[in-house]
Design a protein around this ligand. Structure first.
Ligand SMILES: C[S@@+](CC[C@H](N)C(=O)[O-])C[C@H]1O[C@@H](n2cnc3c(N)ncnc32)[C@H](O)[C@@H]1O
Length: 316
């Protein structure tokens, strides 16, 4: 690895440990949200990467309800900052979208920006045409959100129920927030941020709440997330570190990833006796795979490390 790449990784880690130290109280967390709001255009995300999971959910709902999705209900695990998938689902007519997160980091300015990006996305408009939907009225709303009130007014207008500070590894919380008639529960870029034991609890809670009656989709990014922002960084660079070194570099709420492989997800689901299907969405190319084999720490030897993105379906 090049020296300046190593320096970037260490600097990123230091910045995030600094953020942990500064933004941990209720007051400073609010300050952090204000700072993010002021830089929101720089942090803007494209909705394109969210289309595959939205499409998987919509295909299932169209098969169940036909074109009238008004009575469908979808639950999201791990809201994050900008509501990309809930907004796409509401644009396409899903009746009720409920989303929960252990934190409260949903940011008004990011929702507005994401809604505008969705309304301007040719791929999303083409998807709506493909389903034969008329979404003009909602598009009109999505383009005019800036003028609405605070985050809660915005959520009300968009028809999204948000449950902050809700830990889905807690069975009482799950029972409280998941609507009885949920058709689909999903997560996108969430499971890789959850420690394995907590993940097992979440899977068990979701299956227990409504066995066999609803379907789950999870899209999981198995790659080193730093490779998305550091040019040239190997997608599995984080496998080079021992568990102890990785905990020092990334063991905080901004950077934590569990580094689970495809085999690990299968084992966790099998140990929880959950019938599931895992599809590979993205693999390393051959030269990246051979490079990864040269630097992997012992923990990853013998595992299926050539897979960097998967989807998990439960209750198919
Ligand atoms: C990387 S964000 C992804 C957000 C969003 N789904 C997206 O794709 O942009 C992962 C989210 O999962 C949430 N999360 C982690 N553990 C959780 C738990 N036990 N219960 C609920 N949410 C959790 C985190 O707080 C974080 O907001």
């Amino acid at each position: 690895m090049k020296k300046n790449t190593q320096i970037r990784i260490i600097l990123t880690s230091l910045v995030n440990w600094f953020r942990v130290a500064v933004f941990s109280s209720k007051f400073t967390k609010k300050l952090e949200i204000k700072i993010i709001e002021s830089r929101v255009r720089r942090l803007a995300m494209s909705p394109t990467g969210y289309i595959p999971i939205a499409k998987a959910i919509l295909d299932h709902l169209f098969a169940k309800y036909g074109a009238n999705l008004g009575s469908s209900v979808v639950f999201e695990i791990g809201t994050g900052r900008h509501l990309a998938v809930p907004l796409i689902l509401r644009l396409f007519g899903v009746g009720r979208v409920v989303t929960a997160d252990i934190e409260d980091i949903l940011i008004r300015a990011q929702i507005v920006l994401m809604a505008e990006s969705i309304a301007a996305s040719e791929e999303i408009l083409a998807l709506a045409r493909g389903y034969g939907l008329d979404i003009e009225e909602k598009l009109h709303l999505f383009k005019r959100l800036e003028a609405t009130g605070d985050k809660f007014e915005l959520l009300r207008l968009l028809g999204v129920d948000f449950h902050p500070e809700c830990d889905l590894s807690n069975s009482d919380a799950v029972e409280r927030v998941i609507p009885a008639k949920t058709d689909v529960a999903f997560s996108s870029n969430v499971l890789e941020h959850i420690p394995p034991d907590t993940l097992t609890l979440i899977f068990k809670n979701l299956v227990a709440i409504n066995p066999g009656d609803f379907i789950q989709y999870h899209h999981v990014d198995l790659a080193d997330h730093l490779s998305h922002s550091i040019p040239g960084l190997h997608p599995l660079n984080f496998y080079r570190y021992s568990s102890a070194t990785w905990a020092i570099l990334a063991g905080n709420r901004y950077m934590y990833t569990n580094r689970l492989t495809l085999n690990d997800y299968s084992s966790i689901l099998e140990s929880a006796v959950i019938d599931h299907k895992i599809d590979v969405l993205k693999k390393l190319d051959e030269s990246e795979f051979q490079t990864a084999r040269t630097f992997c720490a012992d923990d990853f030897i013998g595992k299926e490390i050539n897979v960097v993105r998967i989807s998990i379906e439960i209750g198919h």
